[in-house]
Design a protein around this ligand. Structure first.
Ligand SMILES: [Zn+2]
Length: 198
């Protein structure tokens, strides 16, 4: 199954991940046997496995499973798709919103699949730049639309909680393929999503 959504409670914890968390908690000077922490290695292991389940999922197959022949050839936009990912440098969350547009070329895709592929690529260790490219490439190579565009705005906990401690900075990445290389088409997309950009 290409997109099997794992629920956190049903995840089979890999024993060694649990043991490694126990070790980390001990090494930072905590008492892993006290009440509040005794089950933490198990919960943390489940959480990290949940948040990285994208490695076991195939985004291309998800898109292929819901492609339909259709002559509609105007811009399709899905705005404000929530993103939760982990930065690969610090394994801390970054989160925000993605806005996707494509112009069909003979095929459309079931709209719920776009947020799903966002999840699949987000639930890995990532940098926002590569996440942007992977989502664009997947849609472009699979659906083969006239064009595809993506804007991601995200806040990075590794900047907010540590390092430069900039709590209000938002990182924006974007990419444009095919018809969106055209300035007018791109401007139309940016105008349409900016109505709700936070
Ligand atoms: Zn980071």
């Amino acid at each position: 199954m290409p997109y099997k959504k794992f629920e956190e409670y049903s995840i089979d914890v890999k024993g060694d991940i649990r043991e490694h968390y126990r070790e980390i908690i001990d090494r930072i000077g905590e008492d892993v046997s006290r009440d509040g922490l005794v089950k933490t290695p198990d919960r943390a292991a489940k959480a990290i496995q949940f948040l990285t389940q994208g490695y076991q999922q195939d985004a291309t197959e998800i898109l292929r499973s819901a492609m339909f022949k259709e002559s509609y050839n105007e811009m399709v936009i899905v705005k404000n798709i929530e993103i939760y990912s982990l930065c690969e440098h610090h394994i801390l969350p970054f989160f925000g919103k993605a806005h996707i547009a494509y112009i069909p070329d003979g095929h459309i895709v079931g709209l719920s699949k776009l947020p799903k592929i966002v999840d699949i690529f987000s639930r890995r260790l990532q940098v926002q730049e590569r996440l942007t490219e992977q989502i664009l490439d997947c849609i472009n190579d699979t659906l083969k639309p006239q064009g595809v565009a993506l804007v991601i705005e995200a806040s990075h906990m590794c900047m907010m909680m540590r390092g430069v401690q900039k709590q209000n900075s938002v990182t924006t990445t974007s990419g444009f393929r095919g018809a969106f290389k055209n300035i007018e088409t791109r401007s139309e997309f940016l105008k349409l999503i900016s109505e709700k950009l936070s």
